[in-house]
Design a binder for this molecule. Structure first.
Ligand code: HEM
Length: 408
């Protein structure tokens, strides 16, 4: 069926198919043709407008998916370790726990702390570009996702948190598994994969916390474990749950940002050439990647009480699906939104969320991508695709499974 005549229910169902996830953008336009707010049944609202997503993220009456919300949305979740751990981190919590967790960790992400990390970030990326050159010597195809896009944030966040270098490669599988627990599911058994990844990672962090408690260094695990032991603001499980959030949020989405930006660079050689000549264009290029093909596509909220949202009455318990990737292409906010234009000004993409849950690692994610992409383009002027990229079967967290490239 042509997407231009698709009814909203069919468009939403198609979005959940492998094909829909591979290219969700025409489906967002189909949904948007019914207006920026779309009721799907009495207790679900789908939001595709920029202004409406922006406001929803700042609306205190719309809750993030914490334990009590999940009891209504996904009964049975308490038997699944993925969500038992997720519901103890700051992303999936609400006031007052959210403020308690965020206050505890935000000191590690102040602008000054992030700026201080720049030399380390640059060194780690330059080492990985050298490694890519070795792997891709003589035109050998290389999987850009496994060999570079994942390794950059894993090295940066691994270094920050204090994960020993030799363990970094072990994380890609469990991180990917955990993000599948964030997808819309029809059957609780679909959480099994996320449970496995989470169990592995929880054991890993319990062990790391114990080691750093006994023998502290200057890494984040040592600092935060000491702060917890002295101040008692967090339980041991909450500490571990939030370390796991930092690791998962800090690697998977930045990996996808770097992968998506690389594909856009290869597809738009004229923009890539300008970026090679002038790395100062990197912030615009990365910002536009975040708008045009965002790593995070959708966020969930639930109405805490009856409320009026842009004239739509929502009853307590209504599920609100924020299609932020659709909001990023709203013609009412962006001129020519279906065009990838890295020189646009006033780019206000929704990709890092907003309000209380605004991404804690946004500045770090930008720093990594703004260094990584120009470095790769300059080092490999002839970089091309070496085969058809494959997508992961995911909607919420969008990115490639494999992106084969030839470094030239
Ligand atoms: C391209 C990269 C990234 C994207 C697209 C992204 C996206 C997001 C989004 C959309 C949220 C909020 C979700 C919601 O409102 O429901 C969020 C929250 C968060 N992100 Fe990121 N993120 C990225 C990188 C990072 C990095 C590098 C880190 C840490 C090292 C990080 C740590 C966090 C944390 C801790 C939260 C929870 C904040 C809170 O709930 O108060 N993220 N991120």
């Amino acid at each position: 069926m042509s997407t231009s005549v698709m009814d909203p229910g069919t468009a939403m169902m198609t979005l959940m198919t492998r094909e829909g996830k591979r290219d969700p953008y025409p489906l967002y336009e189909a949904l948007r043709s019914y207006g920026p707010l779309l009721r799907l049944g009495p207790d679900q609202l789908v939001v595709t407008g920029h202004a409406e997503c922006f406001r929803a993220l700042r609306e205190p009456g719309l809750l993030s998916t914490d334990g009590p919300v999940q009891d209504r949305m996904m009964p049975g979740w308490r038997d699944h370790s993925s969500w038992v751990w997720l519901a103890q981190n700051m992303l999936f919590s609400n006031s007052p726990d959210h403020e308690r967790y965020r206050r505890f960790f935000s000191g590690a992400f102040t602008p000054r702390r992030i700026a201080e990390m720049r030399p380390v970030v640059e060194r780690l990326i330059d080492e990985l570009v050298d490694r890519l050159a070795e792997l891709g010597a003589d035109g050998r195809p290389v999987d850009f996702m496994a060999e570079f896009a994942f390794r950059v944030p894993m090295a940066v966040v691994g270094h920050l948190i204090g994960i020993p270098k030799e363990d970094w490669p072990d994380f890609r599988g469990p991180v990917g598994d955990i993000t599948t627990a964030l997808e819309p599911i029809r059957d609780l058994a679909q959480l099994d994969r996320g449970d496995g990844g989470m169990d592995w990672m929880a054991d890993y962090f319990a062990d790391l916390v114990a080691k750093r408690r006994a023998d502290p260094t200057d890494d984040l695990v040592s600092q935060m474990t000491r702060a917890r032991d002295e101040g008692g603001e967090l339980s041991e499980e909450e500490l571990i749950a939030n370390f796991m959030l930092l690791l998962v949020a800090g690697t998977e989405a930045p990996m996808d940002l770097i992968g998506n930006a690389m594909r856009l660079a290869v597809e738009h050689p004229q923009h890539a050439d300008r970026l090679r000549e002038d790395p100062e264009l990197a912030p615009g290029f990365i910002e536009e990647t975040l708008r045009f093909d965002p790593a995070a596509q959708a966020l969930n909220r639930m109405a805490a009480t009856d409320l009026d949202f842009f004239g739509v009455p929502l009853t307590a318990g209504t599920k609100v699906t924020l299609l932020i990737a659709a909001g990023n292409r709203d013609l009412r906010r962006f001129a020519d939104p279906l065009t990838f234009d890295p020189y646009r000004s006033g780019n206000h993409a929704l990709t890092f969320s907003g309000g209380a849950h605004f991404c804690l690692g946004a500045a770090l994610a930008r720093m990594m991508a703004e260094r990584a992409i120009p470095q790769v383009l300059r080092r490999f002027p002839g970089i091309t695709l070496a085969g058809e990229p494959t997508f992961r079967d995911q909607l919420v967290q969008r990115g490639f499974d494999q992106l084969p490239v030839k470094c030239g």
